[in-house]
Design a binder for this molecule. Structure first.
Ligand code: MG
Length: 347
């Protein structure tokens, strides 16, 4: 892998600090904030070319003459812009998208902490009249509860900007079996979504057993669910996540809660949430946008990014959540853009 050093136009008297940042994408990019005299050391670190953001920088003349580096001039005053430019995915193309589908945990907050750059990003979405939807695989909270959670984090977002796996599940089931019935292991957010979609609750002979995140998980409910699935009810999970991250550490999520029912009945559940591209199609329909006009922003390769890829929506991985740059390499696919956080989308 060849590397590129980005030199900033700000020249200082200090020795170079290279590479300050390595971005291990297809094209590794380093960034040096100062002047660079010690070219042998730069080369020893794998730098094959130098990108200068200002053609007037006199140091480049020496580099070109003496060291034989490839030198590029890119008139973009930021190393991230330069990186995406070099890779052929300009940030302008990302910013010109009409709609943004954003994952929540690890993208806009982590637990009860708002992530840096989120307010700036929201202001930009509004100022630019972008359409946006915050999407979560968790089926525990209703859009109203999510709005309240965001308010506690000092961010105002209207209810209709939230889309949960509970809503997607209700929409999917209403189409599969209009005015059907369900036995639910889950929270009010899920039950309400099903009621709103025309479903009724039934614990004797429902069409479906639907499982989502819940803190009220009991042996009685589990036993009932096993009997109902044994009697022919179809088993549905709102989302396949096995765990959810919280401030206390990980907690069991829908995938883990539904597993005992699958094991006891020998039935395999159908999961509606990410990475099922169904959730993305529903989100597009809500936004009223085509996939070409839309981008998905997420922090997980195995849910957000794969869901985007499989629905052919442009993908942005943010490193503010569970995926690290090193962790990326384990996957057979990659996102289009890799950014530190949503704040980087704003010019
Ligand atoms: Mg996430």
């Amino acid at each position: 892998m060849s590397s590129v050093m980005l030199a900033s136009y700000e020249m200082t008297e200090k020795m170079p600090q290279y590479p300050v940042r390595w971005i291990t994408t297809e094209l590794a990019v380093g960034y040096a904030p100062g002047s660079y005299n010690d070219l042998a050391a730069i080369r020893a670190q794998g730098v094959a070319a130098i990108v200068n953001l200002c053609a007037e920088c006199y140091d480049l003349v020496d580099i070109e003459k003496n060291a034989g580096f490839d030198v590029y001039y890119i008139p973009i005053p930021d190393e991230k812009e330069a990186e995406s430019y070099l890779k052929g995915y300009p940030m302008d193309a990302l910013r010109s998208k009409k709609a943004f589908i954003c994952d929540m945990d690890g993208v806009i907050y982590h637990g009860n902490q708002l992530l840096p750059g989120v307010s700036k990003f929201l202001d930009w979405l509004r100022k630019e009249h972008k359409k946006f939807l915050f999407l979560t695989n968790s089926s525990e909270r209703s859009p109203r509860e999510l709005r309240e959670k965001m308010l506690r984090l000092t961010v105002q977002i209207n209810e209709d900007h939230f889309y949960t796996s509970a809503l997607a599940t209700a929409e999917f089931l209403a189409r599969q079996c209009p005015e059907g019935s369900a036995f639910v292991i889950g929270e009010a957010g899920l039950t309400k979504a099903l009621y709103d979609a025309g479903f009724s609750m039934n614990d004797t002979n429902p069409d479906y057993v639907v499982v989502g995140e819940t803190r009220n998980y009991s042996y009685d409910r589990l036993e009932r669910a096993v009997h109902l699935v044994g009697n022919g009810a179809k088993l549905i999970g709102t989302n396949p996540d096995l765990t959810d991250p919280t401030e206390k550490g990980i907690v069991p999520a829908t995938g883990a809660l539904i597993a005992p029912i699958e094991l006891a009945t020998g039935s395999k559940a159908y999961f509606v949430g990410k990475p099922n591209p169904l959730m993305m199609r529903h989100a597009l329909k809500r936004l009223g946008c085509r996939r070409e006009e839309t981008v998905i922003v997420g922090d997980r390769m195995d849910t957000d990014i794969i869901a985007g890829l499989e629905s052919e929506i442009e993908t942005v991985l943010v490193l503010s959540g569970v995926t690290s740059r090193e962790g990326l390499e384990r996957f057979a696919y990659r996102p289009r853009y890799i950014l530190d956080g949503v704040g980087d989308i704003v010019p």
